[in-house]
Design a protein around this ligand. Sequence first.
Ligand code: UDX
Ligand code: UDX
Length: 461
Amino acid sequence: MTHILCIGAGYVGGPTMAVIAKHCPQHRITVVDVNRQRIDAWNSDQLPIYEPGLKEVVEQARGRNLFFTADDIEQHIDQSEIIFVSVNTPTKSFGQGAGRAADLQYWEKTARQILENSTSPKIIIEKSTLPVRTAEAMAHILNTNPNGLHFDVLSNPEFLAEGNAIENLEHPDRVLIGGHDTPSAQAAVQTIVELYANWVPRDRIITTNLWSSELSKLVANAFLAQRISSINAISALCEKTGADVSEVAYAIGTDSRIGPKFLNASVGFGGSCFKKDILNLVYLCEQHNLPEVAEYWEQVLKINEYQGARFVANMVHAMFNTLAGKRIALFGAAFKANTSDTRESPALAVCRELLAEHADLALCDPYALENARQDLGALARKVTFELDPYRAADAAHAIAVLTEWADFAALDYQRIFQSMAHPAFIFDGRNILDHKALFEMGFNVYAVGKAPRLHFNDIGK
Ligand code: UDX
Ligand code: UDX
């Protein structure tokens, strides 16, 4: 039996360890976190995050070979042979690199905590996304210890997408493990390969050098985000020319070199990773004196901000240039469907901009309202939080769809139309509704990258 520890019971650490525990009953997995409330939630029926299939996996392994605790972290460190570090690495908000670089204080603190509490050698695995060459710094901290203990630092970035985490962990496209080219590090890499080989086909387990692994995580997210910004940039052109962005995306996506995924035009991408990782990449390029490369990737973020701002500008313009005092139902707070996560959610960015227009907002989401309330802080008291979309839309002048929850496509829009103020507007920021049918019901319909369907010709001119 191997003792495996994970430090950080967040969106990544919790689900990843649950799936490892499920497939490796021969190992004992402990997940620790400084946040006791979060640990309590992991030990309850109300898990701290909503993720389809997660509860079943946790319930299967919890108490058997999966343990969540906020106690005796020091002792757990000492007892473990393998330690995954999955603490958060937010964008630095102060000092050098503020707004771009990763804030590594939690990572470094964790490395020192591991060092202070270890009496035996260990494999340390970076799960958190980190700037390239962080492992080197960590290895320096860990391996300059007075006891002569040796730590192998590996990189094993997580590619799971929220809302799909369990599926991604059960059937990953690939598992990436990076380690130095030393016998000790290579032996450590093999140990982790064997761990994943309990359920992942071996041809999907890629081993690389440490820096390639660290950089691949940033680059994967930058490429994914770049596709969305590319199609979103084209959506602006579609709205001007009468082309339909869904048709364009389909037409280009059938080219097998381009492929169909991640081509849905939207109000913008959100989530904890894309912005942070691209900023990280930009900072890295600047640090290595590659300003052209930095600027190239930064443009992916600029288009994303432009897309959200453009969405709100379209709303203001369409609704006779004033939203003051008008009730608007916002369908969606989560940064994407099937998650309660609101980090960097475009829905909340739109929410803030509409509040600046003095709109009267009813925010509706099946799982993310509590997180939204926290994220909005002082602004939350200006918003009505509504679980029921029919109540949110009651007497509203407009609906804006901001998260692609399937439930929002299945509502009775005839009923909604009748309960709204008229003329009634719908702004589909996710292109999930039947625009023709809505128009025929009487809505004025705006969708991303499509010509608006309007009942009077002079709106928006
Ligand atoms: C984290 C990183 O932010 C991301 O870069 C990486 O790719 C995966 O891991 P996530 O799991 O989404 O992502 O973060 P979060 O949900 O914030 O969880 C981190 C947890 O670490 C928190 O529960 C926090 O309390 C805990 N933590 C943080 C510690 O236990 N100790 C610390 O010193 C700091
Ligand atoms: C992403 C990566 O997909 C994952 O591999 C990595 O480990 C973490 O970052 P995640 O942030 O959970 O995962 O969500 P993802 O499904 O990538 O969506 C990110 C954002 O892009 C969401 O706001 C989503 O709504 C948006 N999106 C996605 C689009 O606007 N259009 C698309 O075609 C796809």
